[in-house]
Design a protein around this ligand. Structure first.
Ligand code: NAP
Length: 296
């Protein structure tokens, strides 16, 4: 099991990563950090984290390295690229990818790591920016049981619900299942609010009823108030949700699973992105229902 004062590498200190890394520091781990844009790591550096110019440098002396980057292409570069983690991490290091990425890529990283004497797990998260900030993330892990047991205490610093779902890629498959459940909720929340407004009701008052009944959900509780107050900041980027839906559809196709509902939602989000919404939070889907007022 990882020592409570071990040195941990962290790559990707964006919306999610900076909170997650901060909790690790609070728990007593020593941090080595890298982010493409150094400015976003500054709050951690001010607290004593060590800045590293490269991911290879991050791995230097680290018992485990966590990555929370954006896209599969970033994961591929950070792990499998020249000077990447698989090439540079010392044997015995556990590499933990918490990015939402492709299950197939997770299995490739696991295999490449194993040949280099390094262990790798995929451990994507759910709970949003709020869950990251409050250390309340749900963490879905794929990989070998011994690697999981080694890093489980580290993961528990970032959230209480940490489950080994199966072998390599199982964490990412579980996250796809999670995104499918969220997709349906987002559509439902938007259409519930659009209908309530169209019917001349006070949508905030409507929320006080439907949020307490069987329609209640995390999306309704967290996103509907942001939609109504015109707060479309990320949170969870539209561009990242589109990435997730494309991964889920590709993966479903390979598995021979039909997901017609997800195709509808992806087309709506692609329309939102084409109209300038890619950098907004996913609650901005509501703007499509209010196009006349949106300025999209
Ligand atoms: P983000 O703010 O864009 O953070 C990703 C960070 O990774 C960025 O700061 C980026 O650098 C950095 N990065 C990318 N490639 C890199 C590389 N090769 N080397 C070093 N740093 C690199 O995104 P986020 O919202 O934190 O999300 C991160 C991941 O978690 C995504 O896969 C997302 O789908 C997933 N996720 C997000 C949420 C959420 O609510 N936000 C919830 C669950 C899961 P720059 O600063 O230069 O862009």
């Amino acid at each position: 099991m990882i020592a409570p004062d071990a040195t941990i590498g962290f790559v990707g200190t964006g919306v999610m990563g900076r909170s997650m890394a901060g909790h690790l520091m609070d728990a007593g781990y020593r941090l080595r950090v890298n982010n493409r844009t150094r400015l976003k790591a500054e709050p951690l550096l001010e607290r004593g984290a060590v800045w590293c110019e490269t991911v290879a440098d991050v791995a230097e002396g680290a018992s485990a390295v966590i990555t929370m980057v954006g896209y599969p292409v970033d994961v591929e570069q950070v792990y499998l690229g020249s000077g990447g983690l698989v090439e540079c991490a010392a044997p015995g290091t556990v590499l933990i990818d918490m990015t939402t990425s492709s299950p197939v890529l997770a299995t490739r990283v696991h295999a490449a790591a194993a040949s280099a004497g390094v262990r790798a797990v995929d451990a994507p998260v759910s709970g949003g920016d709020v869950g990251a900030r409050d250390a309340r993330l749900t963490i879905m892990v794929g990989g070998d049981a011994d690697a999981f047991a080694h890093v489980e205490p580290l993961l528990r610093v970032m959230g209480p619900n940490v489950v080994l779902q199966g072998g390599p890629g199982a964490g990412q498959h579980t996250k796809m299942s999670n995104q499918l459940a969220i997709a349906g909720c987002m559509l439902g929340v938007c259409e519930a609010l659009a209908y309530a407004e169209g019917a001349g009701l006070d949508p905030a008052l409507v929320l006080s009823s439907i949020g307490a009944g069987s329609a209640g959900s995390w999306s309704l509780a967290n996103y509907a108030p942001r939609m109504l107050s015109g707060d479309f900041a990320p949170g969870f980027y539209v561009k990242h949700f589109i990435k997730d839906m494309r991964i889920a559809l590709d993966s479903a196709r390979e598995l021979g699973i039909d997901l017609p509902g997800l195709e509808v939602l992806l087309a709506l989000y692609e329309r939102l992105a084409e109209r300038g919404g890619a950098e907004k939070g996913t609650q901005a889907l509501y703007l499509l229902y209010k196009e006349h007022a949106a300025g999209l």
